[in-house]
Design a protein. Structure first.
Ligand SMILES: [Fe+2]
Length: 197
C-alpha cells in the first residue's frame, strides 16, 4: 500500500526525536533532517488558510533559524515542516518568516527578538528554534508566519497549539492551523500548502 501524507506524518511523529542540546543553532535542523526528502501525498492538498498579520509585524527581520539567544529561562519550542504546492511537491527557496510574543505575551516592537526569516532548503524544509509563546488579551497562543514561494503571492497565517484551553474563546483560532506537537511538547510540525500548481 502506498503511504499517504497522513500515514507518513504519523510514523514520523511516532519516531523518537533526535536528542540534541536544546538551544544550539543546530537543534531544529537536526530534526528537520529527519523529515523525508519528499512528503508522500495521495491526492490534492488543501491550501493553508490565510489569517491576519495583526498589528505587530516588523519588516526586515534577521535571517536565522535560531531565535533563542535572548531566551534566558523561557521554555524552548521548535517549529518545523515543509512548504509544499497543492500537489504535495516541495517548494525550495521559499521565504518563511516568523514573529511572536514572548512568555509574558509581549512583542518586541522596537527590536527583533522573536522575529526571523529563512528560506526552505532544496527539499522544501523549514525550521526555527525559539520559545513557547504565551497568550495575550483575547488571543490564544499563536505564532505569526508568512510564507512566499519565489515570485508568488504571500501567504500570511498563524499556527496554534493543539488542545490549548484558550483556543475555544479566540474567534481567530482555526483548527486547520494546529501544529502536530511531539518531543514532549517541545516541537511543532506544520506543512504549509501554497496555491502553486
Ligand atoms: Fe499575535
Amino acid at each position: 500500500m502506498t503511504p499517504t501524507r497522513r500515514t507518513v506524518l504519523k510514523s514520523l511523529l511516532a519516531a523518537p526525536p533526535v536528542i540534541v542540546c536544546t538551544g544550539s543553532a543546530s537543534h531544529v535542523w537536526s530534526q528537520v533532517s529527519e523529515l523525508p526528502p519528499t512528503p508522500s501525498c495521495d491526492g490534492g492538498s488543501e491550501q493553508t488558510p490565510q489569517q491576519t498579520a495583526g498589528p505587530f509585524y516588523s519588516p526586515n527581520s534577521p535571517r536565522r533559524s535560531d531565535l533563542t539567544e535572548d531566551a534566558g529561562s523561557q521554555p524552548r519550542f521548535s517549529l518545523l515542516g515543509f512548504v509544499l504546492d497543492t500537489r504535495c511537491r516541495a517548494i525550495p527557496g521559499a521565504t518563511v518568516e516568523i514573529w511572536h510574543a514572548d512568555e509574558q505575551g509581549e512583542y518586541d516592537n522596537s527590536g527583533y527578538r522573536w522575529r526571523a526569516h529563512q528560506f526552505t532548503d532544496d527539499s522544501g524544509r523549514w525550521g526555527f528554534d525559539t520559545i513557547k509563546t504565551r497568550h495575550y488579551s483575547f488571543r490564544t497562543p499563536h505564532y505569526h508566519i508568512q510564507v512566499q514561494a519565489p515570485g508568488r503571492e504571500l501567504l500570511t497565517t498563524q499556527l496554534y497549539f493543539p488542545d490549548h484551553p484558550r483556543n475555544g474563546t479566540d474567534r481567530l483560532f482555526d483548527p486547520r492551523l494546529v501544529m502536530a506537537v511531539s518531543d514532549q511538547g517541545r516541537t511543532g510540525r506544520f506543512d504549509f500548502v501554497l496555491p502553486v500548481e
